[in-house]
Design a protein around this ligand. Sequence first.
Ligand code: ASP
Ligand code: MG
Length: 452
Amino acid sequence: MKIGGGVLRDKASFAQTVKIIKEKQERKEQPVIVLSALYGVTDFLIDSIPKCIASQESVVQAISELKKMHEQYLNDVETKEIRERAFFALEEKLSILERFLYGIHYLKEVSPRSKDLVQSFGERLSPIVLEAFLQDAGLKARFLDVEEAGIYCKGQFENALVDLEKTSKSIHSKVSPLLKDTVVLLPGYYGLDENNDVKTFGRGGTDYSAGFIANILDARLEIWKDVSGFMSSDPKLVKTAKQIETLSYDEAEELGYLGSKILHPKTIDPLRKKGLSAEIKNIFAPEVKGTIIEGSKQKSREIVKSIASKKDVSIITIASSSKVNVPDFPALVFSALGKNGIPVGLIATSESAISFSVEPKDLEKATQALAALRNDLECSIITRNGLSLVGVVGEGMRETPGISGRIFSSLGRNGINIELISQGASEINVSFVVRKEDLEKATLAVHDEFMG
Ligand code: ASP
Ligand code: MG
C-alpha cells in the first residue's frame, strides 16, 4: 500500500488510513505500507534550502515549523508511551536535519548531495506519525528506515533507480519475517547508493518505491490517493470525463510521462518485470473500484483511453540550411541539451529543421546550451512560448488504422491550428502542440471524437 502525501493532510484522513490498514490486517492480508512525506513537507524542505543559506534564523524556523507540522497529529495519540516514543523519534530526526541545515548555512552552498539529503527528511518523519497511530489503534506496527530495511539505489541525484538485487536481499531478510504479525512501514522517495549517499527517485517517487517493494515481495500494489484513478481527460477541461477502468502498463506509463499526476511512470517497470497489477484507491471511498493497471493484454473496447495535456510547454526549433552536410546534427543538438540536464519532450524533424518541446522553466538554459551550435552550424534558433501539449493515449491505436486521421480532422473541424505533431514512437500515443488558448477546445474536440 502506497499512501500518498495528498492523503496525509488532516486528522480525518489519518483516521481513515488507520481504519483501512486495520481492516486489512484483520483479514490477514499482510499489508506493507510505503509512505510519502506529509502533505506539503517536501516542498517546504526544498524551499527552506535557500532561506537557510541566507540566514541562521531560517534554520531554527524551518525546524520548528516541521516540528509543528508533525506534532499537530502526534498530540492526538492517546497512549502516553506511544506518544512519547514518537515525540522522541521526531526530535531525534529533526536534530539531525538541523545539523545538516546549519552545515548548508555555513557553507553557503548546496550540492546535489546535500539537497537530496535534506529533501529525504519528509519520508523520514511521516512514518513516525502513522506508526504511532497504528500502534495506538492496537496494531503491531513498525517503521523501518531506509538504513534499517536496506533500500539501495544507484544513478543520479534526484533521479535515482533502485538497486533491485541488493534491496531485494535485504527486504527478504529484514522485512519479510516481520510480516506474519506486524504492519511494516517503509519510507518512499529515496534510497542509499553504494557510497551511502542518499539519493531521491524524483518528485512523486514514492509510487516507484512502492512499485519495487511490490516486485520484491510479489505483492499486489495499491496506490492510495484522494481520487479513485485515471480520468479519460482532465475534468477541468472536459466535464464529461470519466474514470478509466483499466490501463495496460504502457498506457499508464505514457500517461505518467505526459504529466498525469496519478502514478509516477517509473512505477510501471518493476510491476511489468513480475506481471503484477496495481490499483488506484481512494482513501475516502475505499469501496469504489479504482483504475486497475494490469499486464494481461485484454482487448479493450476503447481505442483511445485518455487525452492528457500539459498546459505549458515551450518549443525550440533549430533550422539549418547546411544541415544536410552535417550528419551528426541531431546528435549535436541533443547532446548539448543532455549535458545540461535538460529533458526533451516531443521531437519532430524535417530535412532542414528539428523542433522539440521543453518545459518553460528549462527554455533559457536550453537556448544557452544551444548557443554554441549557432555559430558552428550556421543555424537559427527559434523559441516559442504560450503553447500546450495534448497527448492521445490508447493501446487500441496500435491496431486500428485511421486514428491520426480522426484526431486531426476533429481539430480541423474546430478550426484549431496544430503547431507540432509527433506520432509513432510508442504506437500508443499521438501528441501534438497547440496554442494555449486552443487547449480546451482541442481536448474537447478529440474527447468528443473518441469518447463523446
Ligand atoms: N514526497 C515526495 C514528493 O513530494 C515523494 C512523493 O510524494 O512521492 O515528491
Ligand atoms: Mg509528496
